[in-house]
Structure formats: structure tokens, C-alpha cells
Design a binder for this molecule. Structure first.
Ligand code: SAM
Length: 296
């Protein structure tokens, strides 16, 4: 590892707003942010209070929002500035990238922003049921090859993980005694996907359609819309790179408001075979394949 990376990895170990693989934090994030705001996190994380599961929810009225695959955490920081009464956690495996967002939050004294270094696959270990209100997935690797579809962060395999801690995840359909479904709770947690990859966009729409999830909003060309959610105007590092060369930012907002039967995964596998790749993505895939070959 290069010297600069080592310095950043060492720095985040000292930062109060960065936790690495934070076991035993389920249900404690509200208490964590309270302590962070006081100035020093001088009690061991094990001693943080677990928020009671009251009618307001475990976040005690302060929504908790995650940015997955956050890289440098532009969304965690940008949203944290916009919404001081909400708490934000950026999650990524790469400590040197997290360092950037965590350093900005520290410099600006933003005590409602934290970062977790871990694999996204492990997130159910760190958050309690219903603890998270919203998830932003910003410019994740689209995993263009069909054989890698399971690695896409909006694959049902991942959605089932998010469901374990996203507010109302999966249990939103209120099934009555005669087995009829009476509706979706307005308290459903929301997932936002912002991507420059048409393939990932169409793949995610296929998942939403096949598993019957609630689609709130979609656009293939975000910046051409007449009105734009100000949150969507936050730009990330990868957005600036325009790797997919699609010149369009795609955005989807949806709820994971249903159970996601594993039996449908095989149907999905077939259904996504025909999603076309545009020219930019083909170039990107070839570059990725060349890089992987070099690394072998
Ligand atoms: C293409 S970058 C996007 C970063 C940032 N969101 C942006 O738009 O600039 C994808 C990020 O996802 C992270 N990542 C990919 N798979 C991951 C996983 N399974 N767990 C944690 N982080 C992951 C990578 O480390 C990388 O920082």
C-alpha cells in the first residue's frame, strides 16, 4: 500500500467519526450521534444505550440515512450539511476514500455525519431492525457482466440485506386475517439509486417490476427534468468521471416493501439477459476485463 494510503488509514483510526467493522452497534446509532455531538466519545461503544423501540422509532425522531459504496462520501457530507437534524453514515470498504469525507466533516464540525469502513455485505450486523430510514446508493460499480449481476448493489440478494434494517423493510404489506393485503405503510424506508449506467438502471427497474416493489420515481435523464430534488444535485467524484459516457444521470427511488422470494432470482437471471449495453458501457467493460486480466 502506498505511503499516502497508509497515512489516511492511520488517520481514520483516530477519528471519532469513523468506525471500522463496528460490531455491537445495532440500535445504538442515535446514542452514538448524541455522544459525537457532545464533543468527545469518551464512553466505550459497548456502553452506548440501545434506543428504545418506541412509537417514534429507534432513531428517536432523528432519521438515520446511509450512503452505501460512498467512496469519498459526497452524499453523506452533502446531505449532512442540508439536514442538520438527520444523521448520516457513509459506508465503504476503502479507508483512504472514507478519509476524505470524514476529514471534511471534522473540519466543518458536522456532528451528524459518520463513516463505517466495512463490506456492505456485513451491514445487517451493524444496524437493528427499522433503525435506518433511507439508503442512497451512489454510482456503484455496475458490474456490467451478466455473470456478475449478483454483485450489483440493487440485486435482490443485497435488497434482502437492506430489508433487515431499513424501516418497515419487507413487512409493509399489512396482511389481514383473510389473507388480503391492505396497503403500504407510509413509514416505508426509501432506497435511492443514482447511476450513470443505463444497464444498472434498467436492471434495477426489472428487479422492482419482477418482485413487485413500490417504484416512487424514475428518470433516465435527471438533469433534464423540470424540477429536481435538491438532494439529487449533490455530485460525487465518480459522477464527475462520467465513465459510462452516457452523458445522462439515471435516478430511481423505491421502497423494498415486499418479501423478495428467492425462487424469483432464477427468473430474474433470465429476464436480464436481454438488457442492452450502450457503446460507452461496452468500452467500460472491455477496460474492466483488461484490468482484471492484468491483476491475475
Ligand atoms: C465506483 S465507486 C463510487 C464511489 C462514490 N459513491 C462516488 O460516486 O464517487 C464504488 C465504491 O464502492 C465501494 N464498494 C464496492 N463494493 C463494495 C462492498 N461490497 N462493500 C463496501 N464497499 C464497496 C468501492 O470501494 C468504491 O469506493
Amino acid at each position: 500500500m502506498g505511503q499516502k494510503k497508509l497515512i489516511k488509514f492511520a488517520a481514520i483510526k483516530e477519528y471519532e467519526n469513523v468506525l471500522e467493522y463496528p460490531e455491537a452497534m445495532q440500535g445504538k446509532w442515535a446514542a452514538f450521534f448524541e455522544e459525537l455531538k457532545k464533543g468527545t466519545l469518551n464512553i466505550p461503544l459497548d456502553n452506548l444505550a440501545i434506543s428504545p423501540s418506541d412509537p417514534i422509532g429507534v432513531s428517536q425522531g432523528r432519521p438515520l440515512v446511509l450512503e452505501l459504496a460512498c467512496g469519498r462520501g459526497e452524499y453523506a457530507v452533502g446531505l449532512g450539511r442540508m439536514f442538520p437534524d438527520q444523521n448520516f453514515i457513509g459506508i465503504d470498504l476503502k479507508g483512504n476514500r472514507i478519509w476524505k469525507g470524514a476529514s471534511i466533516a471534522n473540519k466543518e464540525g458536522l456532528k451528524n455525519i459518520a463513516f463505517v469502513r466495512t463490506q456492505i455485505e456485513l451491514t445487517p450486523n451493524y444496524f437493528a431492525k427499522d433503525e435506518v430510514d433511507e439508503i442512497w446508493i451512489t454510482f456503484p460499480d455496475p458490474q456490467l457482466r451478466w455473470s456478475k449481476a449478483k454483485k450489483r448493489l440493487t440485486h435482490p440478494k443485497f435488497l434482502r440485506l437492506y430489508q433487515q434494517f431499513l424501516k418497515g423493510g419487507g413487512a409493509k404489506n399489512i396482511v389481514s386475517s383473510n389473507n388480503t393485503v391492505s396497503g403500504i405503510s407510509s413509514a416505508s424506508g426509501i432506497v435511492h439509486l443514482k447511476t450513470d449506467s443505463p444497464l444498472l438502471y434498467h436492471f434495477t427497474l426489472k428487479v422492482i417490476e419482477l418482485y413487485g416493489l413500490n417504484l416512487i420515481y424514475k428518470t433516465e435523464n435527471l438533469y433534464a427534468e423540470a424540477t429536481i430534488d435538491p438532494r439529487c444535485l449533490i455530485k460525487t467524484y465518480y459522477e464527475g468521471l462520467d465513465i459510462a459516457q452516457s452523458n445522462k444521470i439515471h435516478y430511481i427511488q423505491f421502497n423494498i416493501d415486499k418479501e423478495l422470494p428467492i425462487a424469483l432470482d432464477e427468473v430474474l437471471k433470465e429476464a436480464i439477459k436481454d438488457i442492452p449495453m450502450d457503446a460507452g458501457e461496452l468500452i467500460r467493460m472491455e477496460a474492466e476485463a483488461a484490468r482484471e486480466k492484468k491483476e491475475q
